[in-house]
Design a protein around this ligand. Structure first.
Ligand SMILES: O=C(O)c1cc(C(=O)O)c2c(n1)C(=O)C(=O)c1cc(C(=O)O)[nH]c1-2
Length: 558
């Protein structure tokens, strides 16, 4: 069974991976170094587990490993458990999905959480399900929200102090985002914290204070359908005892309908795990008008200053194209620098005020009663300088490794009114590449200077998570089907393997019986083929799939 201590130690222990992010801070760093810049050439396939079925859509999960078993979620709310060494399947769970689910951006799932004898994950019909690790049988199942109102779940939950904590998806349907904490052993709700200003939180079944102040940053009734979905889940930092949850776009996209900052959309919230109260927030894109969801992971790390002092910081690469370093004790902005080459919506982030310096001519115009508003060309595109795929931080190189994309979009606004369970955008768009030869670029970012130290370009947009190790390696996948390993210091490509379908999952690593393993799901999908506009056309030859690839460094060559 998995204990709170096992989870707290996850980033340090090498024989298992029991949490999303490979440690709750989300650094995706492994201390293993048998596999390194010298030995990676000997990394060989150990097994491949096929997910079978016709359900071959985006496979975005991060596998978990415990007690000789590997657990991985798959598209359409499925889970597989296999022997971590041989790949022999132990059980498979197929969640029965009702007609009419409304995930915006493919039928993905990003992973589960291990606790006690449970594997806990969230489903496309907005439920949380806990399975027995040995049998795959349902132990408890709780409905988080009404899928008919546009709610769904795609995020991997985390477990903190015996509570399973996660968010909801549905920002394109005018839902109200929230973070929920439940007893991990029973599924019973402990607290709930809505992420749109004006809504009431709860603790142990009692009212627990309104989020913000009603109508302070939202006009009229718009906060009632204000979005700010928490669709990527969160991270946790034990040193400040804070949960960090990002929030998505305000609804609808047409910003002219909602003058104000529209708190707490496109923000990060530091939440007290004891009662679900917000300690501080930082808003990446106040009054967002470009669908710059701020959900991307907030990764706690020690910022080493030149004078030798260490700042308890957090790093975040936003969809809006800026990389931010905040003081994680209070949410104060330390630095914000572009990690993509072209940003049109803001000239920069003012380090005094902490707010963007908008280019007002780059906000799509207000529609008349029927006409569409003025269209503008904006970069990044709404799919972001970086989307959901998690970056990694290596405390050895002191670098963040960001899976970035260079693209822009034509975007315009259209009239819209709210209807339950219908898309609530009020905008139209076409994504366009900015360069002939590449969209994706894996970038090594120095958080102290905000400088890009190296980059590795990729023709298709990068859509997979990143892993870094003490062996000075960085792993990530490509839609073209490769899992690749790079030198963490120079960016030199050292190894690659063709998995047969696009890699948009999260690689992970562990050690078993003296051998180091690397696992990654393969299966092309996610938002790009659905929403990628002109980009989607150029990559429609990429094949779908659905499998878990596991590699190892054989004993004889380590
Ligand atoms: O606002 C939301 O609730 C919401 C949810 C999701 C999701 O759950 O996958 C995505 C998005 N938004 C989104 O904006 C987006 O670009 C996106 C990409 C993906 C993906 O898995 O490829 N999901 C989502």
């Amino acid at each position: 069974t998995v204990t709170d201590q096992d989870i707290a130690d996850d980033a340090k222990t090498t024989n298992d991976v029991v949490s999303y992010g490979m440690g709750l801070q989300g650094q995706r760093f492994s201390t293993l170094d048998k596999l390194n810049t010298e030995t990676v050439k000997n990394l060989t396939p150990a097994f491949v587990l096929s997910y079978g079925d016709e359900k071959q859509r985006g496979q975005e999960a991060q596998p978990l490993v415990h007690n000789g078993k590997i657990f991985v979620t798959a598209s359409y709310s499925r889970v597989f458990a296999a022997d971590a060494k041989t790949g022999e399947e132990i059980w498979q769970y197929d969640h029965r999905l009702p007609e009419g689910i409304m995930p915006c951006c493919d039928v993905v799932n990003r992973g589960g959480a291990l606790y006690d004898n449970l594997f806990i994950f969230s489903t496309l019909d907005a439920q949380l399900v806990a399975l027995d690790q040995d049998t795959g049988k349902v132990v408890w199942k709780e409905k988080m929200e009404d899928f008919k109102a546009g709610y769904s779940n795609t995020a991997a939950p985390i477990v903190v102090k015996g509570m399973v904590i996660t968010g909801v998806s549905g920002g394109e349907f005018g839902v109200v985002g929230k973070v929920e904490a439940r007893d991990a052993k029973t599924g019973k709700l402990i607290w709930s914290r809505p992420t749109v200003e004006g809504h009431m939180g709860t603790l142990n079944g009692q009212d627990n204070g309104i989020t913000g102040e009603t109508n302070k940053s939202w006009p009229g009734d718009l906060w009632k359908t204000g979005g700010a979905a928490t669709w990527l889940g969160g991270t946790y930092d034990v040193e400040t005892d804070s949960l960090f949850f990002g929030t998505g776009n305000p609804s609808p996209w047409n910003s002219h309908l909602r003058p104000g900052d529209n708190l707490y959309s496109s923000s990060v919230l530091a939440i007290n795990p004891a009662d679900g109260k917000i300690k501080w927030h930082y808003q990446w894109t106040p009054h967002d008008g470009w669908d710059f969801d701020g959900v991307n992971e907030f990764v706690s790390f020690d910022l080493k200053k030149d004078d030798g002092t260490i700042v308890k910081a957090g790093g975040h690469a936003d969809r809006n194209g800026f990389f931010y370093v905040l003081d994680r004790t209070n949410g104060k902005l330390i630095n914000a620098t572009p990690f993509v080459n072209k940003i049109t919506w803001a000239k920069g982030i003012n380090l005094e005020t902490g707010r963007p310096e908008y280019d007002d001519t780059n906000r799509p115009g207000a529609p008349g009663s029927e006409a569409k508003g003025t269209s503008v060309f904006s970069a990044p595109s709404f799919l972001g300088g970086k989307n959901w795929m998690p970056m990694a931080y290596n405390p050895g190189t002191d670098l963040f490794y960001i899976p970035a994309n260079e693209w822009g979009m034509d975007i315009w606004n259209e009239p819209i009114s709210y209807k339950k369970g219908a898309a609530y955008l009020g905008a139209g768009f076409t994504i366009k590449p900015l360069n002939e030869d590449y969209i994706g670029s894996l970038r090594a970012m120095d958080p102290k200077t905000g400088k890009i130290v190296w980059e590795a370009k990729n023709k298709a947009p990068l859509w997979g998570g990143v892993l870094t190790t003490a062996g000075n390696l960085v792993f990530t996948g490509t839609p073209e089907g490769y899992l690749k390993a790079f030198d963490a210091k120079t960016g030199a490509e050292l190894w690659k393997f063709q998995t047969g379908s696009g890699v948009v999952g999260c690689p992970t690593t562990w050690e078993q019986d003296g051998e180091q393993f690397v696992a990654v799901p393969s299966g092309w999908g996610g938002a790009v083929p659905l929403w990628g506009g002109e980009v989607a056309k150029t990559i429609k030859h990429l094949n779908q799939g659905g499998s878990l690839w596991v590699f190892k460094l054989p004993k004889t060559t380590s």
